[in-house]
Design a protein around this ligand. Structure first.
Ligand code: ATP
Ligand code: MG
Length: 422
């Protein structure tokens, strides 16, 4: 029997991986433009890190984490998101001493035991950014501007929805209003919401159940319960978004699936992926660093899902190929030996070269050159080689020229590399 990959775990094959590299490249460039630097953190962490940050009564912690006891008896978890590990590293390495605002980004796999669907996997990949140490509305607007820039430079179109979740000062009044509303609707909510009602009422608004969703249209709005400071902060964020010409919509029912958010939250949505509508999401988490045992610093961040971004690009027939510069088609033993030397010399000079060592026919080799999307093919035949020549074919114009194979390999390959890379 053939061993297959686990359900919800997907191989990213070379053609698709090219598209991933494009997305990662664009994102890295834009993160750099905004002053973010990369941090790489482990995939495994102590389970407590996520329970304390994401929240005990969230879907992620209650039923989605890949947790296990290792050989030492420690409970470990494969990270379901990137913020907690990055903050853990920030605190552990005292990064607040290095600069007043730390802007960090990371990329890599995350793990959640969800029901796999298109755009929803158990191992999925995020690009996530965190700005730690700033509570000004300018940074909220900046981070959303950065997320939008990644989307627009990828040539995608998504909509931005924003909300404010208030702070520990205004949350209790809203919670009470929500509790009252839920009490009025008791008996008509799904079992999950009935449970959440007592444990973590805000969570109900995140329920995916259609009947619940229809009920919550009439739920109290957090926007109406913001304290003056949170309201002013949100207003400032909105006016910056307008000034920066970033289109958005206020969605007062967006609560996000993690407990640590405060004030600004946002989602980047598309209707091109069925039920999986969010390509990115994030928000402010002002109390979280202290809650994790670090300094009392504010923070804001977001994460984008690579599966969903690349699905959107693929839906636009966007193809990315890693074309090679030249395919060397050698015909015969002497030509092969010569080809090996030429290929190596060209590669040392920055040229991407592929060749076939199996002595296949010219037709087969030309086919391979096309598969590699090669720009040129250098055909070395026995007779031509004897005359110190080869044929170079431009694969686009189909133009063919004779090239002299000089004995001076270094000079020859330097000149050819220059021509190919021009
Ligand atoms: P959703 O509402 O789709 O479940 P989420 O609110 O759980 O998303 P976040 O935890 O905020 O998502 O993660 C940010 C981004 O990561 C999402 O917008 C999405 O693009 C991506 N993402 C989250 N979970 C998955 C998954 N299981 N498979 C693929 N991508 C995911
Ligand atoms: Mg989710």
């Amino acid at each position: 029997m053939i061993v297959k990959a686990l359900k919800g775990f997907k191989d990213i094959l070379p053609d698709e991986a090219n598209l991933w590299q494009d997305v990662e490249r664009v994102a890295r460039q834009i993160f750099h433009r905004f002053g973010y630097r990369e941090i790489r953190v482990p995939i495994l962490e102590k389970t407590g890190l996520f329970a304390r940050s994401i929240g005990e009564t969230t879907d992620i912690v209650e039923k989605e984490m890949y947790s296990f006891t290792d050989r030492n008896g420690d409970s470990l978890t494969m990270r379901p998101e990137g913020t907690a590990p990055v903050l853990r590293a920030f605190i552990e390495h005292n990064l607040q001493a290095e600069r007043p605002v730390q802007k960090l980004y990371t990329m890599g796999p995350m793990f959640r035991h969800e029901r796999p669907q298109k755009g929803r996997l158990r191992q999925f990949h995020q690009m996530s950014v965190e700005a730690i140490g700033a509570d000004q509305p300018e940074i909220d607007a900046e981070i959303m501007a950065m997320a939008s820039m990644v989307i627009s430079e990828l040539g995608l179109d998504v909509s931005l929805e924003i909300n404010s979740l208030g702070c520990p000062k205004c949350r209790p009044a809203f919670n009470q209003a929500l509790l009252d509303f839920l009490a009025e609707n008791a008996g008509s909510l799904c079992p999950d919401c009935e449970r959440r009602r007592y444990k973590n009422p805000l969570r109900v608004l995140d329920c995916k159940n259609k009947t619940c969703q229809a009920r919550y249209v009439n739920a109290p709005s957090i926007q109406a319960h913001l304290c003056p400071e949170c309201a002013a902060h949100f207003q400032a964020v909105e006016s910056y978004l307008k000034a920066l010409d970033i289109r958005y919509k206020v969605n007062p029912f967006m609560v996000r699936g993690l407990d640590y958010y405060t004030r600004t939250t946002f989602e980047l949505l598309t209707n091109a992926l069925g039920a999986q509508s969010a390509v990115g999401a994030g928000g402010r988490y002002d109390g979280l660093i202290e809650q994790l045992g670090g300094p009392a610093l504010p923070g804001i961040g977001f994460a984008m899902g690579l599966e969903r971004l690349t699905l959107l690009l693929a839906a636009q027939q966007r193809k990315s190929s890693q074309r090679i510069d030249i395919f060397i088609a050698a015909l015969g033993g002497a030509a092969l030996e010569r080809g090996v030397l030429l290929a190596h010399a060209l590669r040392q000079r920055g040229v991407a070269v592929v060749m076939d060592y199996a002595g296949r026919s010219l037709k087969s080799q030309m086919k391979q050159a096309a598969r590699h999307d090669s720009r040129f093919t250098l055909i070395i035949g026995e007779n031509e080689l004897a005359g110190g020549q080869a044929v170079m074919r431009d694969m686009e114009s189909h133009e063919q020229v004779d090239v002299i194979l000089s004995e001076d390999l270094a000079t020859w390959s330097t000149a050819l590399a220059k021509k190919i890379l021009a």
